[in-house]
Ligand binder design. Structure first.
Ligand code: NAD
Ligand code: ZN
Length: 251
């Protein structure tokens, strides 16, 4: 296992054990090692389109079959994917600490699959679909996914139960996430390029509220100046090292 200097983080452990919260914001990077491509990294193109151009209400209105083909491709990949050491380490940490929340931009359900419980999914989930007419939610269609999946209740077109670019986040989920960021003692930002608002503003809220922000990302991001600590490494190598250090430190 690669060694990391965890001292600045472990110095904060007494606060966490005393019940101050840890909040972990995750993005597509944490699932890269489960074989799910990020939008901006390699493999981010699909049929010559940028995902940002397909994950919009306008694209769905124009060509719902194409958008469903994109989501069917992602869903098939997801159904073959498993949580990696990064997801598993976060689930282990949640069992060790009195208060921990994961706020994720991911729609892949891998935090829950890893055993995490306290999860806020800012961008919805690929594992569900909802009716464009009656708003009922259903589990995502089984494979082979039909070209235009329809509502079991009213027969109208279903859409993926995700938040597209240009759509509002659920106000309930967002207010829970921003409150968690404001109140936490320690805030991790893992595998997100920190360019997609409003999730990118959560780290700012946390820092303003006095939290120590730690970033885990192999690449530079605009967040670094805000961070009390930066780990330029993969989530699946840093998070297990942190979880192992907590196990050693917690009596
Ligand atoms: P993003 O903006 O979260 O960027 C990905 C980041 O992950 C980059 O900064 C990259 O340097 C970093 N990264 C890559 N490999 C990593 C690793 N092994 N460990 C840690 N960090 C790593 O994500 P995006 O791809 O630009 O997507 C934008 C939106 O689409 C977000 O809402 C995102 O969550 C969503 N999306 C979700 C999934 C998913 O659910 N798995 C996949 C693609 C995109
Ligand atoms: Zn319906």
């Amino acid at each position: 296992m690669r060694e990391f200097d965890l001292t600045p983080l472990l110095d904060l452990l007494p606060e966490l054990l005393a019940g101050r919260p840890l909040v972990v914001l995750t993005g597509a990077g944490i699932s890269a090692e489960s074989g799910l491509p990020t939008f901006r990294g390699p493999g981010g193109m699909w049929e010559g389109n940028r995902p940002e151009d397909l994950a919009t209400p306008e694209a769905f209105a124009r060509d719902p079959e194409k958008v469903w083909r994109f989501y069917a491709w992602r869903l098939e990949k997801l159904r073959a994917a498993k949580p990696n050491e990064g997801h598993l380490a976060l689930a282990r940490m949640e069992r060790l600490l009195p208060r921990m929340t994961i706020v994720t931009q991911n729609v892949d359900g891998l935090h829950a699959a890893a055993g995490s419980r306290n999860i806020l999914e800012l961008h919805g989930t690929l594992l569900a679909a909802r009716c464009t007419a009656c708003d009922r939610r259903f589990p995502a269609p089984e494979s082979p996914i039909p070209p235009l999946p329809r509502c079991g209740a009213c027969g109208v077109l279903l859409r993926p139960d995700v938040v597209w670019f240009g759509e509002a986040l659920s106000p309930v989920t967002w207010s829970a996430a921003s409150r968690a960021a404001e109140e936490c003692a320690v805030f991790f930002v893992v595998g997100t390029s920190s360019v997609v608002a409003p999730a990118s503003s959560l780290a700012l809220l946390a820092a303003r509220g006095g939290a120590y922000v730690f970033e885990i990302n192999p690449e530079e991001t605009p967040l670094a100046p805000l961070a009390a600590g930066v780990f330029r490494a993969r989530a699946a190598e840093v998070l297990p090292a942190i979880a192992a250090a907590l196990v050693r430190k917690i009596p």
